[in-house]
Design a protein around this ligand. Structure first.
Ligand SMILES: Cc1cc2nc3c(=O)[nH]c(=O)nc-3n(C[C@H](O)[C@H](O)[C@H](O)COP(=O)(O)OP(=O)(O)OC[C@H]3O[C@@H](n4cnc5c(N)ncnc54)[C@H](O)[C@@H]3O)c2cc1C
Length: 390
């Protein structure tokens, strides 16, 4: 039989610098992330030291302006880095994506003064960010959020509860969407809240099906006071800022999904070529060969879709519809591919002795976060057919 040890994905990268970056990421993955991923996920351990290492290596601010400590990389390069990280451990890949999402508001809508004051530490200074949109009573209908920010002299006082916050309780800064005006999308404003703000506390993290190393927690804002200098963008602009961040963030989720799917295919291939039944490797049986072929095809199609959307973004063209399509397709593909990988391994696939059951549990969350896949279909349909009539 030919050697079926997993081969690194052959990537189309635009520059020598990008190729060096991916090589650096692969080195960090092999030395620091992959060897401990299963054990640490099982123990629910969040690898903060990995995020510090990624920050020191210039990998936490890749798509942002180097003038503020970013990496000046096109989105197509940043996303492939995310894919590499997620294929080793979703907690890390998704964590970098969420951190990037949390930087988006300030980098895109902050004043030059705000950016100069905060961005260098956020993009390359070892800080970790979180993005606070969801609430206990508002998920898909995010514009109905209730957390309030009330003006008090030169400050804003924020009160309410955010839910499902990735890095909740451990982040150094939170990008928070709060209601400063009337009902609906136009009454929402964005704020940058420091992690140690008085009155800010986190609940015990949720007990999740997967990504157990990534803390997801409710955050309570009990009269948290921030100066107006921490308001991002105009009053009432917050929801537009939040949606713009999500367009980009969804591409991050798509890339993470393909990373998880690729890792599952690599495991399935290695197993199928080594395991024998009926006197032959199970990879000989057409029933499995077709399954493996479909898995690989889904992965390559997903990668092509998220890269096409990223290249539109890099060219300054609209990419919202394509980002929703990439998030939808790549995360559904990851769910299918990881489920099939468990099937390829048979009974062993259902045990924690192999990582495919973890990949399957991890894939599920990607169909839910940053807009469920039902919401992605709504977004795509609105681009096609216009808004619903009622
Ligand atoms: C592990 C994890 C991490 C997360 N991290 C963050 C984070 O960092 N920051 C943050 O702000 N949020 C975060 N979230 C929240 C996530 O974005 C929400 O869970 C998601 O948007 C769905 O909201 P919901 O859970 O309230 O579900 P609901 O909105 O109550 O939806 C329940 C079901 O109804 C469906 N549904 C709702 N409306 C419609 C409709 N109009 N048409 C068809 N179907 C519909 C949904 O698709 C879903 O299947 C995280 C969630 C998880 C699980």
């Amino acid at each position: 039989m030919p050697d079926r040890a997993p081969q690194p994905v052959e990537r189309q990268l635009p520059t020598e610098e990008a190729r060096d970056l991916v090589a650096l990421v692969r080195d960090i993955v092999q030395r620091e992330i992959a060897p401990r991923a299963a054990e640490q996920e099982d123990a629910g351990y969040f690898p903060r030291e990995i995020f510090t290492l990624l920050s020191e290596s210039g990998l936490l601010g890749l798509p942002y302006d180097s003038g503020f400590g970013g990496g000046d990389q096109p989105y197509e390069v940043y996303l492939q880095v995310l894919e590499e990280l997620a294929s080793a451990r979703l907690t890390v890949g998704l964590g970098v994506s969420v951190h990037s999402l949390a930087c988006h508001a300030l980098a895109g809508y902050g004043t030059k003064e705000q950016q100069a004051e905060h961005l260098p530490a956020m993009l390359g200074g070892g800080l970790l960010g979180a993005y606070c949109l969801s609430e206990p009573s508002s998920g898909s209908d995010a514009a109905s959020l209730r957390t309030k920010a009330v003006r008090d002299g030169a400050d804003w006082v924020i009160s309410g509860t955010k839910a499902w916050i990735t890095h909740g309780g451990i982040a150094d800064f939170y990008t928070v969407l709060a209601r400063t005006g009337g009902e609906g999308a136009r009454g929402i404003t964005a704020f940058l809240v420091p992690g140690d703000a008085e009155g800010l506390s986190a609940a015990v993290p949720e007990k999740k099906m997967g990504m157990k190393g990534s803390p997801t927690a409710q955050l309570h804002f009990d009269g948290v006071r921030v100066p107006d200098a921490r308001r991002i963008g105009e009053e009432g602009q917050g929801f537009a800022i939040a949606l713009s961040a999500l367009d980009s963030g969804r591409l991050g989720i798509a890339a993470c999904a393909i990373g998880v799917a690729q890792a599952a295919l690599d495991e399935a291939l290695a197993y199928a070529t080594g395991r024998e039944q009926f006197g032959r490797p199970i990879a000989d049986f057409q029933g499995l060969r077709f399954m493996l072929a479909d898995m690989a095809t889904q992965i390559e199609a997903g990668r092509a879709l998220y890269l096409a959307a990223a290249r539109l973004r890099d060219a300054g063209r609209p990419f919202s519809r394509q980002a929703a399509m990439a998030k939808l397709f790549c995360t559904d593909a990851a769910m299918k591919v990881t489920t099939d990988a468990v099937q390829v391994l048979g009974g062993y696939g259902y045990t924690a002795d192999f990582p495919v059951e973890r990949f399957m549990r991890e894939a599920k969350v990607l169909q839910i976060v940053e807009g469920t896949n039902q919401i992605q279909r709504m977004v795509i349909a609105r681009h096609l057919a216009g808004p619903e009539t009622r």
